[in-house]
Design a protein around this ligand. Structure first.
Ligand SMILES: C[S@@+](CC[C@H](N)C(=O)[O-])C[C@H]1O[C@@H](n2cnc3c(N)ncnc32)[C@H](O)[C@@H]1O
Length: 212
């Protein structure tokens, strides 16, 4: 079934911006994916900026991307990736994938955008094997009450979601990951670009699905 995410202007903007940011973001993408192995699912893969950062220990990446322009870019990126990457049309909720079929899942800059992060995380739990790994790199709600209020206004007014292809800048994504039943193994906070921006702070980390 074809997914219905259409953000043609944002998609073109994001494609250019992500390439410009690669020098800075590339280090984080390396950290995000280091040590992964086996069969890996990446949701909202965008134009495939992560693909070149997967370690050789990964057997296969199934990369879902629901936006047509970005998916085509991802298909091109997959051709020169160091590991086997299969790009497919699909959104995160529901995932068009079998239960317990992946060793690891990757969510980078996408749980801010999916309409229902709780449902997307429940779907990730469903398709991960027991004890499977979730790696995440996301921008999240600020710990500064003043900045969090600004983020909340940008989100609830619809201003930022309209500009950012459905993105929300004030989500507490680490709490959502825990609420979905994952155990956080590690997480650290950092700024990507100027720290004052409403899309900072970012978090990068690893979580684990229950063992059974
Ligand atoms: C900011 S981009 C991030 C792309 C990529 N993950 C990266 O790290 O560069 C957000 C991505 O989420 C995708 N997306 C939007 N709605 C989605 C949904 N419901 N399920 C999965 N992905 C979605 C967008 O098409 C876009 O590719």
């Amino acid at each position: 079934m074809a997914s219905e995410v259409r953000h043609p202007i944002f998609a073109r903007f994001f494609d250019r911006l992500s390439r410009l940011m690669e020098k800075e973001a590339g280090e984080q993408r390396d950290e995000l994916l280091a040590g992964l192995s086996g069969r890996v699912l990446e949701i909202g893969a965008g134009n495939g900026m992560n693909f070149h950062h997967y370690p050789a220990t990964v057997e296969e990446v199934v990369a879902l991307e629901p936006e047509a322009y970005l998916r085509e870019k991802a298909e091109n990126a997959a051709l020169s990736a160091p590991v086997r990457v299969t790009v497919r049309d699909g959104a995160a909720e529901p995932l068009p994938l079998d239960d317990e079929s992946f060793d690891a899942a990757v969510a980078s800059l996408v749980l801010c955008t999916v309409p229902d992060p709780g449902r997307a995380l429940a779907e990730l739990r469903r398709v991960l094997k027991p004890g499977g790994v979730l790696r995440f790199l996301e921008h999240v709600r600020s710990e500064s009450p003043r900045k969090a209020r600004i983020q909340e206004r940008l989100d609830s007014s619809g201003v930022w979601p309209r500009l950012g292809g459905g993105c929300h800048c004030g989500r507490d994504t680490v709490a959502a990951i825990e609420a979905a039943g994952f155990k956080i193994d590690r997480v650290r906070s950092f700024a990507l670009g100027p720290s004052w921006m409403h899309t900072n702070p970012h978090v990068i980390g690893a979580a684990r699905a229950p063992a059974s």
